[in-house]
Design a protein around this ligand. Structure first.
Ligand code: CA
Length: 615
């Protein structure tokens, strides 16, 4: 059980007549004054708490309505927080037949100055994605935590390995040195599941960091230490489903809290059915209401209490931990009108915030449907500012492996960007070569490091917000055993006490790893101040002879990127590019540092990329 005292809750369980009344939870555990929306809905949980009448006495805080639901162990309290209210601690009283049976304190904190003005991540940033169980174990004392079912077992690829928040905090200077500016950590909330709990996508408590990762306060420390280093924090959230061991699963507030089926029914995972104009009701229903897994019950976001619960939960974490962004898991799997309400509310409270949804669809039109501002035929607007570029991921995984042809090879990269007209905001799309759910890029490229370098040069120079998966910088691969997801999420060498080597340090890296690390570091540090990449325009030329050339430019600077997908070195005449090259007579290649004094002909080695800042 969690420490409720943490949340300044005073719990007074009472036994009245023969009937026991308890107060076990109030969620959100506290709130803040000063939001645009002044409504708050508390979920109150305890044995027979629904039989009580509720009172509240605090100046400026109005108990507008008390909702009783099917289950007598719940109450939902609608509060209005007046604009002029002062932060403080209110007392909520519970009575049974006019006799007070208990009370709890409810705190309204003052928001931090500029909380509403926080800036989300953008194309100026580079996101580093890491899986917290697999990055570094900074505190072995939390590997086994009281009340948590699954113990640590590092020999099990699908088990918990012991990584934690302390381990991440211990390596922030490593991340800063690498040059990333934003950190997306796979979910950290409690996952008290029997097995396979390390990945974090089966939430069992929406207000608690899993104790095997640390405490809520440790998460705030991480946030502060990241911000001291100029690195943003992106929280991974899941509105679509919870874990089957979530505390409410044994005592649901309403039957329709989760989508119920006569027997276990899995989603068909066909996200396209949800916006397919020809989809059958059976298919779209199964997609939307089927469970993601037997251990992942499908939350019913059409239930207004569920809706409020999830929206408030996300705001609570933004305020509590000072977040700079959210990554929303399985975004289309949740009821889309509610997701739209969520996005709208977030942007009303935080106009400069950013959040990205996992809309795993394989063509730009389908992904674009989910980006805020999309002119969809059905009138739907997601209010989701950013999406992941899965079509580009797909193209990137094929391009460098294929022989050049009309439809194959590097033309795929050109074609996918040529469809950017679909997107309302192509600059606010997250681009990536791999992530925790797919094969590591090196594996998909037959361990060819040249291709990995090309992919990194590409995602770091095209439009959008690059995301790099942890371990890419040290050539981490899935390895021989490719079964399941575990091998895609290996432990970072050096993150565990007693590891044979420490790849967080140059001494602990092999020559090849150091070469890759330096390659990425070089581009990242350059990119961090390359405004033409952050906000510049994009122009590309149809690939010819396996060579793809594009430009990023603004009024101050122009960057030319050349990708050679051939095995052999190529020398290109540059007359075709004179609309950009006419104004320049030299350039510097960023990765090698070489100066180019003649731009009329350029020579580029096989399977490589060059990034040339024109002068
Ligand atoms: Ca640990």
């Amino acid at each position: 059980m969690r420490g409720l005292s943490l949340f300044l809750l005073v719990l007074i369980p009472f036994r009245i007549f023969s009937q026991q009344i308890t107060l076990d939870r109030v969620e959100p555990p506290y709130w803040w004054t000063g939001f645009k929306h002044n409504n708050l809905q508390l979920m109150v949980y305890g044995k027979n708490i629904g039989s009580t009448t509720v009172s509240l006495d605090y100046p400026g805080l109005v108990l507008r309505k008390v909702h009783k639901v099917e289950n007598p162990n719940y109450l939902f309290l609608d509060l209005t927080i007046n604009k002029a209210i002062r932060p403080g601690v209110a007392t909520i009283g519970f009575k049974l037949r006019d006799k007070v049976v208990g009370a709890c304190h409810y705190e309204l904190k003052e928001r931090k100055i500029n909380s509403a003005r926080r800036k989300g991540f953008s194309a100026k940033d580079v996101i580093y994605l890491l899986m917290p169980d697999r990055f570094a174990n900074g505190d072995t004392s939390n590997d086994v935590s009281a009340g948590m079912i699954e113990p640590v077992d590092r020999s099990n690829k699908d088990g918990r390995h012991g990584g934690d928040l302390k381990g991440i905090r211990d390596h922030l200077d490593y991340l800063r040195d690498l040059g990333i500016t934003a950190l997306w950590i796979n979910p950290l909330l409690e996952n008290n599941m029997t097995r396979y709990s390390y990945h974090g996508y089966s939430t069992t408590d929406y207000y608690r960091i899993d104790p095997r990762f640390g405490t809520n306060e440790d998460y705030v420390k991480l946030s502060d230490e990241l911000h001291q280093r100029g690195i943003k924090l992106i929280m991974d959230m899941i509105f679509n489903h919870c874990g089957s061991n979530h505390w409410w699963m044994n005592d649901l507030p309403t039957k329709d809290w989760v989508n119920q089926w006569p027997e276990f029914t899995r989603t068909n995972y066909r996200a396209g059915t949800y916006n397919d104009p020809y989809a059958s009701r059976a298919d779209s229903n199964k997609f939307l209401k089927g469970w993601f897994d037997i251990t992942m019950p499908d939350l019913n976001q059409t239930n207004p209490y569920v809706r409020n619960y999830l929206i408030q939960n996300s705001i609570w974490w933004v305020e509590f931990a000072g977040l700079d962004g959210i990554r929303q898991d399985t975004h289309p799997y949740a009821f889309k009108e509610m997701m739209s309400d969520w996005g709208k509310r977030m942007l009303e409270e935080y106009p400069d915030f950013n959040f990205v949804g996992e809309c795993w669809l394989n063509n730009p039109a389908s992904v674009a449907y989910w980006q805020k501002g999309s002119k969809n035929k059905d009138g739907y607007d997601s209010w989701l500012p950013s999406v992941f570029d899965f079509p580009l991921y797909d193209a990137l995984n094929k391009s460098f492996n294929e022989a050049e042809g009309w439809n194959t090879g590097i033309i795929r990269l050109f074609e996918v960007l040529a469809q950017d007209f679909s997107y309302p905001d192509p600059e606010n799309i997250v681009v990536f070569a791999d992530n925790h759910d797919v094969n590591r890029y090196l594996d998909s490229q037959g361990d060819d490091v040249r291709k990995l370098k090309m992919a990194m040069a590409y995602v770091l120079t095209i439009r959008g917000i690059p995301q790099i998966y942890y371990g890419t910088e040290i050539l981490m691969t899935t390895g021989a055993d490719k079964s399941g997801d575990g091998p895609k999420r290996k432990d970072f060498p050096g993150g565990w006490p007693g590891d044979l080597r420490d790849a967080f340090t140059e001494q602990g890296r092999t020559t090849a790893e150091t070469d890759m690390f330096n390659y990425l570091r070089k581009i990242l540090h350059w990119r961090n101040s390359a405004e033409a990449i952050h906000t510049g325009k994009f122009k590309h030329f149809i690939p010819e002879d396996g060579i793809y050339i594009y430009f990023r430019y603004n009024s101050q600077s122009t960057v030319m990127v050349i990708m050679n997908n051939n095995e052999e070195t190529k020398t290109i005449e540059t007359r075709r590019y004179k609309e950009f090259l006419d104004k320049h007579n030299s350039g510097i290649e960023i990765i090698s540092g070489s100066i180019l004094n003649d731009l009329s002909k350029l020579t580029i080695p096989g399977k490589s990329a060059e990034i040339i800042e024109l002068r």
